[in-house]
Design a protein around this ligand. Structure first.
Ligand code: ADP
Ligand code: MG
Length: 304
């Protein structure tokens, strides 16, 4: 981008970079992040493309917030303590109003996720937001996908299917009452931040993943990595009261099992471990392979 446009953008993104673990933030060639003794770095990156990952007419503050939480949810699924993030932003133009509202959503997400914005890159092109997150894990710990064992219990946080139902509403496939519609849209645009749950599960959960592609698809990743079968009970799925008003229980379950974008955590606990608050037991780990929920549901979203 030309220098003047860059300085404009720089102005919006240079004030969000302070944090306990940050020695050097936006403005130099690299950021410098401190790790405590006995910690190692966990890192992940996620891209959101306009028209693919969010509707083209989404509000800029929601695009920013959702992009950060989607990336942060991988840290949560790992049990990592959030350190900071970088943002690679591709914009069609340097629109001041757009940047103002985008940076407001970004500031909210920085606070909600405790992820200071410590650097990034800005380029011109179709609207694309890439967020890289950095987190810290104790040397001997981390919530991997591969540790589930037969007889473990399978849990999810929060409720499932809300984001998929919101998308169906935005695409005109369903018309919920206004109050329910508002709730579901909020769930899509402002997904939950499960970072503290992830840290609580360290040393307790045998496996974990964030539900970004749908419970069946994501539980399937745990099953494959762990060499086990996961049996999900559709009757136990946690459903919000906004979603529960839909007249078809079959449709509700299709959203809860196959719909993506909820950014809740799915994790396995040994039988004796108590359920963390706000989490629901949805199934059990068995010997075998794959995921079985007793219903035929289309697989999660795939780009290729
Ligand atoms: P370089 O050419 O060394 O990569 P840039 O001109 O791309 O430097 O960026 C200058 C500074 O601004 C760097 O510290 C970079 O991390 C930061 N920066 C650029 N774009 C963004 C952005 N979208 N969000 C946060 N920081 C950014
Ligand atoms: Mg650069």
């Amino acid at each position: 981008m030309p220098a003047t446009e860059f300085s404009l953008i720089y102005r919006y993104f240079s004030a969000l970079g302070r944090g306990h673990d940050i020695d050097l933030s936006v403005g130099d060639d690299c950021a410098i992040v401190r790790l405590q003794a006995g910690e190692r770095l966990a890192t992940s990156v996620d891209t959101m493309v306009a028209g693919v990952h969010f509707p083209e007419d989404s509000f800029p503050e929601d695009i920013a917030y959702r992009s950060v939480v989607a990336a942060a949810s991988d840290l949560a699924a790992m049990g990592a303590r959030p350190l900071g993030m970088t943002l690679a932003l591709t914009l069609p133009e340097a629109d001041e109003l757009w940047l103002t509202t985008f940076s407001q959503g970004l500031a909210e997400a920085v606070t909600a996720c405790e992820l200071p914005l410590i650097g990034g890159d800005t380029t011109r092109g179709p609207l694309t937001i890439t967020v890289q997150v950095l987190g810290a894990l104790p040397l001997a710990q981390g919530l991997l996908r591969g540790g589930a064992r037969p007889d473990d219990q399978v849990y999810v946080s929060g409720t499932l299917g809300d984001a998929a139902a919101a998308l169906a509403f935005m695409q005109g496939q369903w018309q919920p009452p206004a109050e329910a519609a508002d709730y579901l849209l909020e769930r899509f645009n402002r997904p939950p931040v499960r970072l503290s749950l992830g840290v609580e599960l360290l040393g307790r959960a045998t496996a974990a993943i964030d539900v970004s592609d749908g419970l069946l698809a994501d539980a399937g990743h745990i099953a494959a990595a762990s060499g086990v079968k996961i049996r999900i009970d559709p009757e136990q799925l946690p459903i919000s009261s906004a979603l529960a008003i839909h007249e078809s229980i079959a449709q509700i379950r299709r959203w809860a099992l196959g719909g993506g974008d909820d950014y809740e955590l799915c994790f396995c606990l040994p039988h004796a471990e108590p359920a963390p608050p706000g989490c629901t037991r949805v199934g059990v780990v068995e010997e075998g392979e794959g995921v079985d929920c007793g219903i035929d549901i289309p697989a999660g979203y795939q780009h290729f």
